[in-house]
Design a protein. Sequence first.
Length: 255
Amino acid sequence: MINMINLFSLITGIFISGVAAYLGTLMLSKRMALVAGPLGHLALPGIALALIYGFDITLGAFPFIILGIILIWVFELRTKLPMEALTAVVFASGVAIAFLFLPIEQAKTALIGDVSRVGLYDTIISVTLSSIIFVILKRSYSKFVMLNISEDLARVQGIDVKKYNLIYLALIGVVVALGVKIVGGLLTAALVAIPAAASRNLSKNLFEYSFLSILFGILSCTGGIFLAQVFNMPAGTLIILVNTLIFLVSVVLKR
């Protein structure tokens, strides 16, 4: 029988992993799937502060990720450099700052997360934010796809490119901030990249691509949390390993 704290962990993980995988279908198409990794590293100073002062790590991660998102957006407007390149420039400072004052005994939690600590309040916040992100993605998905194909073509179609790029970055930032709760600041890129990659191997159209990605994200999180209970190992790493197993199976089944 799953106890209440693990039930909260399972619900939280399912919602976050599902929406992260859905967002990953866009990020993979734009060759930005690894951007979530540097942003997860950027969250490390906030995670460190949260661990030191005993408040929720997502709340600690948010300010630093949002600041990083704003800086990336401004730099992109000013320099016209690729978004992924600017992300790499910004995140290094976050990592450096974090390890100036991150307690060594709490480094494991910061890097790979600890979903077992999730409670009712965390679940409510995570489910609410994940649902909002899903609705925004669902309603604006075609616009984001158009931006991925060509920003010039998107402008011709009447899409406000600057506005939707900012929304896109903001969604990535929120998903990363939520993701650190279950896989820490080190492994967040896997939540968006691996399910989408596995889905691409097996899907024949855009609907299958999105649906399978969400399904794989949910299955990997559920499997990882249950394996963590059975083997008493960190759930974050097991979630990623289940993700990897699903990807390997998709490679074998790919036609």
